[in-house]
Design a protein around this ligand. Structure first.
Ligand code: PLP
Length: 462
């Protein structure tokens, strides 16, 4: 007799027809299933991929308050690009741009141009395009032969992959200033050797993804100023502040890296990193319209009139912008400062514990950004490596990456903890305890060796 199934809405969840089938579809099922079954089975499917809060590989935000989560889920249906239909969302977005212009010390906030994006990648793409278009317009006026060579972009080899994408998509030569043991950020003795008439700009990184270190943007600005005094070609700096630009203004406001520096013409940040919003929101601001060529500005209709837009993407939910605005509105300067100071303290406690083992050399102790980053000392007398330590930590639920540094330093394997707002002191203490226990376990473990000398990457995310 053919087995009869109960109707979906009457059957117990785990006795339902759907529960006996693979959730991951290869093609659409013919018939619908009930919402509660679909909800639970999809949720179950996601159960074993790790706990986001224990994922210390990512810079991206993993906690938001219930009030803002509610607000964001209630605004998901609004389309951020429909400025006429949702003029209040447009006003909140403009308000966020104004807040950032002030935080980044724009000399004239009225003149600043800016937009939200999906993240820093879109923002960097826009920053890069603006530099390219401006360079081309000015180079043409100077009578430079635009076909003689490709335009180029100068950046340290610690760049995030979005810059490589930018250069590939826009046919720009990427000139990488190599890092070495003495220069774990942009090498100021060498950077100007990479510049010529075809340079669209230099990118300074406030928070190198690999290590959390900062390029010395103030010193870079002075080099650029000197160049500009003696050349008709005027160099500009774009600051990639994906992680640092929403951290430094609150924790180290005296550090000059932003629009206080004359040649910094644009800055991007990820709202979903230290802006404390869930992915995806980013921002880019230009000092003034001079640095955002008009070819890149498009009009959308807004309350019967027009409003300029410069983002690449068109439709996207307004909820991320609303989330960013909520954080600004709710936390204020001191709220952000307190949260970031806490992350900093957690990072510094973790790095202290790591150092005290005597086994590791620290590259970053969390004082600038709350990133702890270290390598195994050459003379550490242990028979395991950082990849094995990462595996052990994963057994306790902690996800941390181990990976080689970029070009020229790629024989150095490092490990990194990114501390975020939701890694409170209690959690940080458990992490330290687990870390020390993992070392103890490894010291007594039988380790399986593989003949594989290739440097490999273990869960490195940006
Ligand atoms: C994370 C990161 C990016 C990319 O940011 P998304 O917001 O993830 O697109 C770019 N540059 C740096 C330095 C980063 O750390």
């Amino acid at each position: 007799m053919k087995k009869k199934h109960l109707p979906d809405d009457a059957s117990p969840l785990y006795g339902s027809l759907a529960s006996g089938k693979d959730v991951v579809l290869k093609k659409l099922r013919k018939k619908p299933i009930s919402a509660h079954i679909a909800y639970q089975l999809i949720k179950d499917q996601l159960i074993d991929e790790g706990n986001a809060r224990q994922n210390l590989a990512t810079f991206c935000q993993t906690y938001m308050e219930p009030e803002v989560t509610k607000l964001m889920s209630e605004t998901m249906e609004k389309n951020a690009i429909d400025k006429s239909e949702y003029p209040e969302v447009a006003r909140l977005e403009t308000s966020c741009v104004n807040v950032l212009a002030d935080l980044w010390n724009a000399p004239d906030a009225e003149e600043v141009m800016g937009t939200s994006t999906v993240g820093s990648s879109e923002a960097c793409m826009l920053g890069g395009m603006a530099m390219k278009f401006r360079w081309r317009n000015l180079a043409r006026e100077r009578g430079l032969d635009l076909n003689a060579q490709k335009p180029n972009l100068v950046i340290s080899s610690g760049y995030q992959v979005c810059w490589e994408k930018f250069c590939v998509y826009w046919d720009i030569e990427m000139r990488e200033v190599p890092m070495d043991e003495e220069h774990l950020s942009i090498n100021l003795d060498k950077v100007m050797d990479y510049v010529d008439e075809y340079t669209i700009g230099i990118v300074g990184i406030l928070g190198i993804t690999y290590t959390g270190k900062f390029d010395d943007i103030e010193a870079l600005d002075q080099l650029v100023e000197k160049y500009n005094e003696t050349h008709e070609h005027q160099l500009v700096i774009h600051v990639d502040g994906a992680s640092g630009a929403m951290f430094v203004p609150f924790v180290d406001p005296d550090l000059a890296w932003d629009f206080r520096l004359k040649n910094v013409v644009s800055i991007n940040t990820s709202g979903h990193k230290y802006g404390l919003v869930y992915p995806g929101v980013g921002w880019i601001l230009w000092r003034n319209q001079e640095y955002l060529p008009k070819e890149l500005i498009f009009d959308v209709s807004y309350l019967g009139g027009n409003m300029p837009t410069m983002a690449i993407n068109f439709s996207r939910s307004a909820s991320q912008v609303v989330g960013q605005f909520y954080n600004f509105y709710r936390l204020g300067y001191e709220g952000y400062r307190e949260i970031h100071k806490h992350s900093q303290k957690a990072a510094m406690n973790i790095s202290k514990a790591i150092e005290e083992t005597g086994l590791f050399k620290l590259y970053n102790d969390g004082e600038n950004l709350p990133i702890v980053c270290y390598t195994l000392k050459e003379d550490a007398d242990v028979s395991w490596n950082l990849y094995e330590l990462a595996d052990r930590l994963q057994m306790k639920g902690w996800q941390v990456p181990a990976y080689p540094l970029p070009a020229d330093l790629d024989d150095i394997v490092i490990q990194r903890f990114v501390c975020r707002a939701d890694l409170g002191q209690n959690l940080a203490d458990s992490l330290i305890e687990d870390f020390l226990q993992c070392i103890e376990d490894l010291n007594h473990a039988r380790i399986l060796f593989h003949d594989d000398d290739e440097p490999h990457v273990h869960g490195f995310t940006h």
